[in-house]
Design a binder for this molecule. Sequence first.
Ligand code: 4NP
Length: 153
Amino acid sequence: MVKVLFVCLGNICRSPLAEGIFDKMVNEQGLQDQFTIDSCGTAAYHIDSQPDPRTVANAKQNGLILNHQARQFDGSDFQNFDHILVMDRSNLGNVRIFEEFNEVTSKVELMRTYDSEEPNADVPDPYYGGDQGFQKVYDILYRSCGELLKRLG
Ligand code: 4NP
């Protein structure tokens, strides 16, 4: 079983979308028995919330139904997951603090390590922007998830 965790700040925009896209790709390839997939946020603002309505609408336009209840990243995630994909450098910094505290080997990578168009850039935070930002995030995550699955599948 390969356990994959997607991490952003609020767990209502980028990471639940990454989870939904990756889960759909895994299912389309018939690999669902081989993966555990989840997402979370480094902040506590939106614990228990469903994804942002703008993320839900964008996902729907792209043929994806999202159903995820936000939760906060926790030190136990280092034990429970093999691959931790963070959306930006700020998330990376926050997760690294937990990492040092828990003295664990790094399993953390920037999501766009897997984006051939702009490797190692941040996935931009769409929360304070317009609708276009959500489609841009979708396109980035679609490319990155496809490449990630090629590596892990
Ligand atoms: P996310 O976006 O990290 O992609 O879920 C955000 C969601 C909420 C906030 C910031 C970013 N916020 O400040 O509440």
